[in-house]
Design a binder for this molecule. Structure first.
Ligand SMILES: [Cu+2]
Length: 216
């Protein structure tokens, strides 16, 4: 009898660990899919991590042809991000914290990166981001350069793809708080509550803005 109880308990634990597949579609104000929106989910089982992990252990943001590449980077709190200047001219990168998570924060950073000389390694700066929230990237020398780093406190965080979707597998069953962030969405969207079960869940989130087009 004791064994049977243990078995049932083990099965229940296992069943609760198997979650559902969740797809979030982000649309702009006009109903078009939005690429590079950040989708954050907070499952009610906070210590359940996605496998394989969705977030990188480290990240690199290049400055190349007057752009930040990638334009949007998502990292976990505490991750070190390397800025590397591949252009022949200098960049003076700045990061400014913004958003709900750090409204009063004066956290920010600057890095002057010399232009790359032929045959020499590119100059880099390593910045550790230890506060959750969005960091807007800019350059003191080139006003057109825009980018962002979203520092997340949830292992369940993804950028939307070219179709505007973020797909999460095996999200723990139960209540999940959903948050969507986009650099052009200045007024943060209210978080949504989802109920995840074994059956697939599709949710659409609409921004109240039309993100500006990236200059080619
Ligand atoms: Cu620059």
């Amino acid at each position: 009898m004791k064994n049977a109880t243990t078995l049932i308990a083990a099965y229940a634990l296992c069943a609760s660990a198997i979650g559902g597949n969740v797809q979030i579609l982000v649309l702009d104000k006009e109903g078009k899919p939005v690429t590079d929106a950040v989708v954050v989910m907070y499952p009610s089982t906070p210590n359940a991590s996605p496998a394989p992990a969705l977030l990188p252990r480290s990240a690199t943001v290049l400055q190349e042809k007057m752009r930040f590449i990638p334009e949007v980077t998502v990292v976990a709190t505490g991750t070190t991000v390397r800025f590397t200047n591949l252009d022949r001219w200098d960049h003076h990168v700045r990061g400014t914290a913004t958003g709900l998570a750090t409204p009063q924060s004066d956290a920010g950073f600057e890095a002057r990166l010399a232009g790359k000389e032929e045959g020499k390694p590119a100059s880099s700066a390593d910045i550790t981001l230890d506060k959750p929230g969005a960091v807007l990237l800019g350059c003191h020398l080139h006003g057109s350069m825009r980018g962002s780093i979203f520092v997340t406190d949830s292992a369940w965080t993804l950028k939307t793809n070219a179709e505007g979707t973020a797909q999460f597998a095996n999200v723990p069953n139960g209540a999940v708080k959903l948050r969507v962030w986009h650099a052009d969405q200045l007024l943060d969207l209210p978080p949504q509550a989802l109920q995840v079960s074994a059956s697939p869940l599709n949710q659409t989130v609409q921004l109240s803005v039309v993100p500006r087009r990236r200059r080619i």
